[in-house]
Design a protein around this ligand. Sequence first.
Ligand code: AMP
Length: 193
Amino acid sequence: MRAMDLVFFGIQGSGKGTQAARLAGEFGYEIFEAGGELRKIAASSTTLGQTVKSYIDVGHLVPHKIIMQVVKEAVRKHPKSAKLIFDGIPRDPDQMRDFDAIMADAKRPFTCIHFLLNDEEAVRRLIGRAKIQGRADDAKTETIRRRMETFKTKTLPVIQEYDRQGRLIEVDGSRNIEDVYKDVQKMMKQKKW
Ligand code: AMP
């Protein structure tokens, strides 16, 4: 049986992107990063790019149709043999419904990992990241707060639903990158998914 795809959850700054990159290197996963894909579109000088940018800049979710089209296209263009990590999707119950359908159609079973981190530590990490990566949406406290609020009101219910379905693994994301990765690696090796 092919390895399952993984869907990463965690508040902004929880380190899921970093963990995804390491897992990709070691176990041959390809990463679909929703925010990254949308930032690429936002950088293009098209009407769609301008629309997407206007949402990212203030920390609101980009409209459903746009993000789901991007995800659908990404799933379609990967062969079934590719192992994927999804980072940043699904982020609300509507996205979850469509994401589940896209994955079921493509016959891609998946397991979810939630990287747990408290708010204060998340804000601290994001402000540090803004200095390194120059991301405008990480530098403004108001935008950070809005994204965290969205995470709590819209994404947490999705995580809870996957948990209820028995498809969720939780990892303590407050520790350093190496220790978090050791946990993830251990789970990979024990084939917890
Ligand atoms: P992130 O890099 O995950 O912090 O995402 C940056 C921004 O991209 C978010 O604040 C949203 O504006 C947009 N974004 C990322 N993922 C999604 C998604 N699944 N649905 C809608 N908008 C998204």
